[in-house]
Design a protein around this ligand. Structure first.
Ligand SMILES: Cc1cc2nc3c(=O)[nH]c(=O)nc-3n(C[C@H](O)[C@H](O)[C@H](O)COP(=O)(O)OP(=O)(O)OC[C@H]3O[C@@H](n4cnc5c(N)ncnc54)[C@H](O)[C@@H]3O)c2cc1C
Length: 405
């Protein structure tokens, strides 16, 4: 008789796991609380779905026990992602910094091809079904949804993390895992915007620049990144902020002080900037500094920097003032007090401890025939396709193992 498999969560890892297990002949039921499968996939990569990366490596991932990631990447590379989707009919392209996308550049095509493969392989799909509890009794798993009771020989928990609850995310996977004795590392947001209590920030809201960001936790430099920075009325956003956010949010969760230092003009050294400011102040000695500074910096940033240096009312800038301005432009310090939380995060760090999960099969070491895949595990990746890569990889490898016994 066919093994009955229940998969909780119709997202990235759950759908791949269901397809692979069904292709191998299992009787698979995929249970999703949203009315549609793959809602989060639709939102990925700004609607384009950054599916994987040409450069996949363990060092792009974070968590307490990364040997599971190392083993996973050994068996599931970016070629496996390409082959898997090519077999479904979807080709990939690399369009920027090694990031790979569906050729259509539409996340919806990824979901459409996954759904088609689920149907072609006879997966029973139960959408609009919220799993309320999971129990094991007499060699069977009992899954209770808000509609019915279901019985399975094996269960895969692919219910993701709490990141962006508006897309259906939940922490249910952690509760189910806990009930089987699993250890959960506290979840915290990553790839997320940062909140500051700096009142003047409202004045520069909407300004987007290329900057070098240095993150300090308790005055120790923990990361430095160059990229897009967007000032907002609540704090800092932009791709470089998402990239640097993980360590800052972790620091905040430990009650530590966090500061982002911003180099607003990364292509000019501080000594050259001092000379440039000196030259401009002499050339335009009869004009207000706010005017000639606008030839160097965005107007809103000029007012912001003048306020921060207490120079907004000084008409004739002396050398010491110019040096203070140059320093501020190269080292603007913004104190961070919070993040935008799970509702703004692309992923959650933390989750189910990987040292209680078999590295090759994704089966629980504590409960026979119970599996975990994707973001519900204590694995989070950098931006660039790494999170989806792990979701596909873990779903695929767990799916293959479901066929074995
Ligand atoms: C805005 C945004 C953009 C992103 N962009 C990228 C990107 O471009 N590249 C990249 O690599 N990563 C990206 N990510 C991260 C990536 O989407 C996730 O890491 C990945 O989807 C995780 O896959 P998963 O299968 O573990 O979980 P999910 O894809 O989140 O799927 C989990 C599913 O389980 C369902 N579920 C939860 N609880 C229950 C329950 N009790 N009963 C039934 N169903 C339940 C949820 O509704 C959900 O559909 C992005 C994330 C966000 C939020």
């Amino acid at each position: 008789m066919k093994k009955k498999i229940g998969i909780i969560g119709g997202g990235a890892s759950g759908m791949v796991c269901a397809i692979v297990a069904a292709q191998g002949g299992c009787d698979v039921t995929l249970i999703e609380k949203n009315k549609k499968l793959g809602r989060k996939i639709l939102a990925t990569g700004n609607g384009r779905c950054n599916i994987t990366n040409v450069d996949i490596g363990e060092h792009y991932y974070h968590g307490h026990h990364l040997s599971l990631v190392k083993e996973t990447l050994k068996h599931f590379s970016k070629h496996h992602v390409e082959n898997f989707f090519a077999k479904l009919g979807l080709d990939l392209v690399c369009i920027e910094d090694g990031r790979m996308f569906p050729m259509s550049l539409q996340s919806s095509s990824v979901v459409a091809f996954l759904e088609d493969a689920l149907l072609q392989n006879g997966v029973k799909i139960k959408v609009d079904s919220n799993v309320k509890s999971l129990k094991y009794f007499s060699d069977k798993f009992i899954v209770l949804t808000d509609k019915e009771e279901l019985f399975f020989d094996k269960v895969v928990i692919s219910s993701g993390s709490l990141a962006m609850p508006s897309l259906g995310s939940s922490s249910d996977g952690y509760s189910f895992a806990k009930s089987f004795g699993h250890k959960i590392y506290p979840a915290f947001p990553s790839l997320v915007q940062l909140v500051s209590d700096e009142k003047l920030l409202k004045r520069v809201s909407g300004v987007k620049i290329d900057a070098i960001l240095s993150a300090y936790v308790e005055k120790n430099l923990i990361n430095e990144i160059r990229g897009d920075l967007l000032f907002t009325d609540y704090g800092l956003s932009g791709l470089a902020i998402l990239d640097i956010s993980r360590g800052v949010v972790y620091g905040l969760s430990q009650g530590k002080s966090c500061v982002i230092k911003i180099d607003l003009l990364p292509d000019i050294s501080i000594s050259s900037l001092k000379k440039l400011l000196q030259k401009k102040s002499q050339q335009f000695s009869s004009k207000k500094p706010a005017l000639w500074l606008n030839g160097i910096l965005h107007q809103k940033l000029v007012y912001f920097i003048l306020e921060k240096t207490n120079l907004s009312h000084v008409l004739k800038l002396q050398t010491k003032h110019l040096h203070a301005l140059a320093y501020m432009i190269k080292n603007l310090s913004i104190t961070i007090v919070d993040s935008r939380g799970a509702k703004g995060a692309e992923v959650m760090a933390g989750g189910i401890s990987c040292d209680e999960i078999d590295r090759k099969t994704f089966m629980s070491k504590l409960q026979k025939d119970l599996y975990f895949t994707g973001e519900v595990l204590d694995v989070d990746g950098d931006r660039g396709g790494y999170n989806l890569h792990f979701a596909w990889a873990s779903g695929y490898l767990a799916g293959k193992h479901l066929l074995m016994k």
